[in-house]
Design a protein. Structure first.
Length: 145
């Protein structure tokens, strides 16, 4: 059961699965009518099911997230967005700090949080508009050709 040990080592570790970042939360082996199947529960709510004999194939669908993968993801983000990834991280940290501050709300904290979330909403709408524009420009035939 070497593959089960490999699966155990992958639990709660960020991985890429079919292009999405997930974590393997848990698994149950010995399921099914013949008790020869396995179910793998992912953090995105999906469940992978398969024959225990095909566990290697299921495991091979996962790629560890390495600094190289992060660098590739950041370069892809840079191609579709004019927003610096560092700015996105800063915004995320600010939003998370505001959410934590709301656990013990005070009058000024609530007002400040509303302003932060309005600003974030504006950025999200701006990003949607930017993506729509880029899609439009990709479909539009170039006048230079």
């Amino acid at each position: 059961m070497e593959t089960i040990e490999k699966l155990k080592g992958m639990l709660n570790t960020p991985m890429l699965h079919l292009g999405s970042e997930v974590e393997i939360l848990s698994y149950v082996d010995g399921v099914g009518v013949n008790r020869d199947s396995i179910e793998i529960y992912l953090s995105n709510g999906k469940t992978l099911c398969g024959h225990i004999g095909n566990l290697n194939k299921l495991i091979d669908q996962f790629t560890p997230i390495t600094p190289t993968v992060v660098a590739l993801a950041n370069s892809r983000i840079a191609k579709v967005s004019s927003v610096d990834p560092d700015v996105l991280l800063e915004i995320r940290d600010t939003v998370l700090a505001q959410i934590k501050a709301l656990k013990n709300p005070q009058k000024e904290t609530i007002a400040q949080s509303k302003q932060v979330f309005q600003g974030v909403n504006t950025l999200i709408n701006l990003a949607k508009t930017e993506l729509d524009y880029r899609r439009y420009m990709d479909r539009k035939p170039s006048k230079l050709m």
